[in-house]
Design a protein around this ligand. Structure first.
Ligand code: HOZ
Length: 428
C-alpha cells in the first residue's frame, strides 16, 4: 500500500469523500489521488516521492509556477509581522489599485476570500441595483457553490452528475434561469419574454468548468447588447480567466466591458482570495458606503494580499504572456499531433495558457451538451496513462488545464514524450 493510499483511507473516515473539494477525490476517473508533499516550478512531488509535471496549477493560481521565490518571500516577510488584523492595511489599497489599473472595467473592487464569495456577492449587488430577482447562467458554467448558482453547474457538480444540488430550495432555483452556453438566439428569446425580471447574466467568458469551451465570435458581444437593451447587468466570472488568458483577463482579450467582474485564484498567489468589482455607481452600493451588505473577517488578509501583489509583479514582466502563449501552443499542438498520429479522435481548445482536450468526433465543442458527448472512458484512460508517466492532469473531463511560466521547453518535451506513449494505447 502506498502512503497516498494509506492517507486517503484515513481521510475518508474524517473528511467527506476524503477531500476538501470534490473533484480531487478522483471519483470519476477512479483510483487514489496522490497526496502532495511539495511543489516547485512545474513539478509536484507526492508523499511517496513520485514526481509529476503539473498541469492543474492549483486549478489556476500558480501561473508563475509553484513556490516562486518572490511569492514565498512576500508570504514569509508578511507572516513575521502578523497574519491577520481584521483592520485596514495599506497592502489592500495597493492590491485594489493594481486590479483597478489592470482590469479594464473595474473602477472599484472589494476583496473577499474565495471565488464563491465573489460571485454570490456580485449577484446580491446586481439584484439590489436592478430591483429584480432572476439571473441567467449557462449550463455547465460553474460559479462556485452558492445556492442560486448550483443549478446546471459544471466542474464537480457535472462530474458527479448532480448539476443542481439537493439542499437548494426550489424557490431559490426558480430564480436561476439557465440556457446553453454560446446560444445567443436562446438568450434573445428568453429576454423577449422575461427580460424585465432578469437582474443579471453571469457567464464565464471562457468556460473552464465543462472542459475549456471558447465563446463563439459574437456571443459575448451579444450578451452585452442584450443586457444594455433590457437594463440587466453583465457579470463576467473571471475567477479562472482573470490574469490568466491575458493580463487584463478575458474582457481585455475579447474587448468587452462587463458591469461587474469576479476574480480569485491568481490575485492571491495561491492563498485563499476572491474579489468582485466593476462600475463605481454599482460598487458604491456595497456596505458601508451603501446598503448592500457583505463582510468578512479574513477579507483583504495580509498574507493573501502580499502573495497576490508579488504574483502581479511577476506576471507584469515584459513578454510574460507572450512566452506563456507560445509555450501553451507548442504543448497543445504537440498533443494534438501525437493523438492524430495514433488515430485518436479529439478536439483541443486553448486561450492563452488555459486549455482543454475533448475525446470526440465532433468538429466543435461549444456547449455542455457537446462536451458531455465526448468519450469519458477514453478520457479516463488518457488521464491514468499520463499520471502513470508522471504528468498530472485535472482528474475530470469537465476541467481545464493550465500552464505556468515554469513549464519550459524541456518540460513540454517531456510531456509530449509521455503523451506519445499514452496516445498509442488509447485505440486498443
Ligand atoms: N471546482 C474546482 C475546479 N473547477 C476544483 C477545486 C479544487 O478541487 O481545488
Amino acid at each position: 500500500m502506498t502512503l497516498s493510499e494509506k492517507f486517503f483511507k484515513k481521510a475518508q473516515q474524517v473528511i467527506p469523500g476524503g477531500v476538501n473539494s470534490p473533484v480531487r477525490a478522483f471519483k470519476s476517473v477512479g483510483g487514489t489521488p496522490p497526496f502532495i508533499r511539495e511543489a516547485q516550478g512545474a513539478t509536484l512531488i507526492d508523499v511517496d516521492g513520485k514526481r509529476y509535471i503539473d498541469y492543474v496549477g492549483s486549478w489556476g493560481p500558480m501561473i508563475a509556477g509553484h513556490s516562486h521565490p518572490h511569492v514565498v518571500s512576500a508570504i514569509k516577510n508578511t507572516a513575521e509581522k502578523g497574519a491577520s488584523f481584521g483592520a485596514p492595511t495599506y497592502a489592500e489599497v495597493y492590491l485594489a489599485q493594481k486590479i483597478v489599473e489592470i482590469v479594464p472595467s473595474m473602477e472599484m473592487v472589494r476583496l473577499v476570500n474565495s471565488g464563491t464569495e465573489a460571485t454570490m456577492s456580485a449577484l446580491r449587488l446586481a439584484r439590489a441595483a436592478t430591483k429584480r430577482d432572476a439571473i441567467l447562467k449557462f449550463d455547465g458554467c460553474y460559479h462556485g457553490h452558492a445556492d442560486s448558482l448550483l443549478v446546471s453547474a459544471g466542474s464537480g457538480a457535472a462530474t458527479f452528475g448532480v448539476p443542481s444540488s439537493p439542499g437548494v430550495t426550489s424557490k431559490t432555483a426558480e430564480d436561476t434561469l439557465t440556457l446553453p452556453f454560446n446560444d445567443l438566439q436562446a438568450v434573445d428569446a428568453l429576454f423577449l419574454k422575461k427580460g424585465m425580471q432578469i437582474a443579471a447574466i453571469i457567464v464565464e467568458p471562457v468556460a473552464g468548468n465543462m472542459g475549456c469551451v471558447l465563446p463563439k465570435p459574437g456571443f459575448l458581444e451579444g450578451l452585452r447588447r442584450i443586457c444594455d437593451t433590457y437594463g440587466a447587468l453583465l457579470i463576467f466570472d473571471e475567477v479562472m480567466t482573470g490574469f490568466r488568458v491575458d493580463r487584463g483577463g478575458a474582457q481585455h482579450y475579447y474587448n468587452i466591458k462587463p458591469d461587474l467582474t469576479t476574480l480569485g485564484k491568481i490575485i492571491g498567489g495561491g492563498l485563499p482570495v476572491g474579489a468582485y468589482g466593476g462600475r463605481r455607481d454599482l460598487m458604491e452600493q456595497i456596505s458601508p458606503s451603501g446598503p448592500v451588505y457583505q463582510a468578512g473577517t479574513l477579507s483583504g488578509n495580509p498574507l493573501a494580499t502580499a502573495a497576490g501583489m508579488a504574483m502581479i509583479k511577476i506576471i507584469s514582466a515584459p513578454g510574460f504572456y507572450e512566452t506563456l502563449d507560445w509555450r501553451t501552443q507548442r504543448l497543445t499542438d504537440g498533443i494534438s499531433d501525437v493523438l492524430t498520429q495514433a488515430g485518436v479522435p479529439h478536439l483541443g481548445t486553448r486561450v492563452g495558457s488555459m486549455f482543454g482536450l475533448f475525446f470526440t468526433d465532433e468538429p466543435v465543442v461549444e456547449n455542455f451538451e457537446q462536451a458531455a458527448r465526448s468519450n469519458m472512458n477514453r478520457f479516463n484512460r488518457w488521464f491514468h496513462g499520463m499520471l502513470g508517466e508522471g504528468v498530472y492532469l485535472a482528474p475530470s473531463q469537465y476541467e481545464a488545464g493550465f500552464l505556468s511560466f515554469a513549464h519550459t521547453d524541456s518540460v513540454i518535451d517531456e510531456t509530449l514524450a509521455a503523451a506519445k506513449k499514452v496516445a498509442a494505447t488509447l485505440m486498443d
